[in-house]
Design a protein around this ligand. Structure first.
Ligand code: GRF
Length: 218
């Protein structure tokens, strides 16, 4: 299954997808990485692996709709089945949603619908919840509001600040996102609408990985 990954930052989730694909744990091929930030480490990682890249910087004052249309054209030129937002810090607009209806997925560092937006881990620490986690969901026109595909729970420990919690959540993301893409690629998880688990694995009572994904790798 060809995917295009959109990333603005470090690209650790991109790395996790690539490692899982190398190990045969994720039947997704990253056809290209697209970023709004020319200096995103995710682009360096892609180039080091011989993966095609494209950069579409957004500068203050740019026309949002025109930028979104350019993004849609660029992503479409790589013909992905699924578009993956992995730390993409811009909201995708109507042109992207129209070009890839129900085929854009995002990884978010909280258990949605709690703590949407840019600071999920900080919100969890402030709320003093004992469990947070990460969510992979289908992107719609809202901010982190689309249908939930999979989730993984992560404990919030005494003394956690946003960075410590985010680091722990990212470890879970690095398992959850590749596993979710693999389930989509293999057809055991349909993007919908509405998303549907086609062949549920045995229930996993450790609450680490959504039952749709079965046993986590050890
Ligand atoms: C992840 O924690 C993801 O949940 C959020 O942005 C972060 C991206 O991290 N949307 P990375 O660039 O993949 O390391």
């Amino acid at each position: 299954m060809d995917v295009v990954v959109l990333a603005s930052g470090r690209g650790s989730n991109l790395g996790a997808i690539l490692r899982a694909a190398d190990d045969g744990r994720c039947a997704a091929r990253v056809a290209a990485v697209v970023s709004d930030k020319p200096d995103a480490l995710a682009l360096e990682l892609a180039r080091s692996r011989g993966i095609q890249t494209a950069v579409l910087p957004f500068t203050k004052g740019d026309d949002r709709a025109a930028w979104d249309a350019r993004l849609a054209d660029t992503v479409a030129s790589f013909a992905p089945r699924v578009v993956v937002l992995a730390g993409f810090m811009r909201i995708v607009g109507p042109a992207m949603l129209a070009r890839f209806p129900g085929r854009i997925v995002n990884v978010h560092p909280a258990l949605l619908p709690c703590f949407p937006g840019t600071d999920g881990p900080a919100q969890a620490v402030r709320a003093r919840v004992r469990v947070s986690g990460c969510t992979v969901h289908v992107v719609d026109a809202g901010v982190d509001t689309g249908p939930i595909l999979t989730q993984a729970a992560v404990p919030v420990l005494d003394g956690d600040d946003a960075d410590r919690l985010h680091a722990r959540i990212q470890k879970a993301e690095h398992r959850l996102l590749p596993a979710t893409l693999d389930a989509i690629a293999r057809g055991t998880l349909e993007l919908g609408p509405p998303p549907r688990v086609v062949s549920p694995a045995e229930s996993d009572d450790r609450m680490l990985v959504s039952p749709a994904l079965g046993e986590p790798p050890t």
